[in-house]
Design a protein around this ligand. Structure first.
Ligand SMILES: C[S@@+](CC[C@H](N)C(=O)[O-])C[C@H]1O[C@@H](n2cnc3c(N)ncnc32)[C@H](O)[C@@H]1O
Length: 294
């Protein structure tokens, strides 16, 4: 099933004895390919899944089974569909999936990209060819392609949220607006599902009128994490998904754990968390982060 880096208190008593009660870890990290690791989990184990798969065609870590380095965008989409089908089996019948996805442009005919010296693991040794039916410079629309594919596979597509990044990176483009958003999709396993609207209410325009139901545009600054060579989502984004998708004590899954942001938030909100990460290096990074070593 993969190497398990346990962080549940009973396995980490020594390491955790310096942490206060509220800082104790409720997380476990399983190192391995999520496709295989998920097979070992029982049906209905998790209340919610909060996750962000690698973007398509952006980074190649040379690890067998990694998602995101497929030459064909349709292969990327079907790999995600297969993985989330297995993940759905491990969800409670009233469970949800909160999926963060970013978009990409076709390569415009370039086939090679230089290694990015500042960002290890960033350069791809190839640029995927322009997908059939698209032209150079086309926006691919990956988030919606994935969303429709998951919907066809049986997931209930309940909402798209725009993650607006007020502090987004500038781009040197002069023929389109700078991209400053990504998507989060809320899917459910069944028609009726657990969703806590109270937990994520937002202030009304006129703050004296109290709080209103959360809207579908989320303005959240990006939050880089030192040592991570992939897009880390901000804690405030993960917090909204975990808070609305589960109750205290519930078990949350992140099959693309990366630096462990979902775990950090689960510790704060007193949820148990299982993170799956294919890279040993990133699993260690997450573990150290969860143990507050860096
Ligand atoms: C975009 S990052 C996740 C970032 C994470 N949300 C955070 O805030 O740190 C995606 C992660 O998925 C991992 N990954 C890629 N393919 C995988 C697979 N088949 N199974 C498990 N993890 C995988 C990558 O190594 C990478 O760390």
């Amino acid at each position: 099933m993969g190497k398990v880096l346990q962080l549940f208190p009973e396995f980490e008593e020594d390491l955790q004895s310096n942490l206060s009660e509220t800082e104790r870890n409720l997380c476990e990290i399983v190192v391995g390919d999520a496709n295989r690791v998920l097979l070992g989990f029982p049906e209905g184990l998790f209340q919610t899944i909060v996750t962000s798969p690698p973007y398509w065609g952006l980074r190649d870590y040379g690890i067998e089974g990694q998602i995101g380095a497929e030459m064909d965008v349709n292969a990327y989409i079907s790999n995600l569909v297969v993985l989330f089908r297995e993940a759905r089996r491990t969800l409670a019948s009233d469970g949800t999936l909160w999926l963060n996805l970013g978009d990409s442009y076709t390569s415009g005919g370039r086939t090679w990209r230089d290694d990015d010296a500042k960002n290890k693991g960033r350069g791809m040794s190839y640029r995927a060819p322009t997908p059939t039916g698209l032209k150079p410079k086309d926006l691919i629309g990956i988030p919606w392609r994935v969303a429709f594919a998951l919907q066809s596979d049986g997931w209930y597509l309940r909402s798209d949220m725009i993650w607006n990044k007020p502090n987004c990176q500038p781009e040197s483009v002069k023929d389109r607006p700078t991209r400053s958003h990504e998507y989060i999709f809320l899917f459910s396993k069944s028609e009726r599902y657990f969703y806590d609207p109270e937990a994520i209410k937002e202030p009304t325009q006129d703050k004296r009128q109290g709080r209103k139901n959360r809207r579908s545009v989320w303005n959240i600054n990006t939050e880089p994490y030192a040592g991570a060579h992939f897009a880390v989502y901000p804690r405030s984004l993960a917090r909204l998904c975990v808070a609305a998708g589960s109750k205290e004590g519930d078990r949350v899954l992140d099959p693309f754990f990366g630096s462990g942001t979902t775990g950090v938030v689960c510790n704060e909100l007193r949820r148990q968390c299982t993170g799956i990460e294919i890279s040993n290096e990133y699993a260690d990074l997450a573990r150290n982060r969860l143990l507050k070593r860096r």
